[in-house]
Design a binder for this molecule. Structure first.
Ligand SMILES: [Zn+2]
Length: 60
């Protein structure tokens, strides 16, 4: 299951924090919006388990 919430693809350059939207473009700067699933602070982080596993593996 994936979220329909998108995040401004340029927020790191254009904003102080992620700008979320349900549309195809950022409402604040007009840049493309991309799927927010990979965002590290997504409360419904479907990739968290996978990423943590990768990180552990990288340290060992
Ligand atoms: Zn933006």
């Amino acid at each position: 299951m994936r979220s329909d919430i998108r995040v401004c693809a340029a927020w790191r350059d254009a904003h102080d924090r992620p700008v979320y939207t349900l549309g195809d473009t950022c409402p604040a700067c007009g840049a493309d919006a991309e799927n927010s699933a990979p965002a590290p602070f997504d409360p419904e982080d479907a990739y968290g388990e996978y990423r943590r596993a990768l990180k552990r593996r990288g340290r060992e």
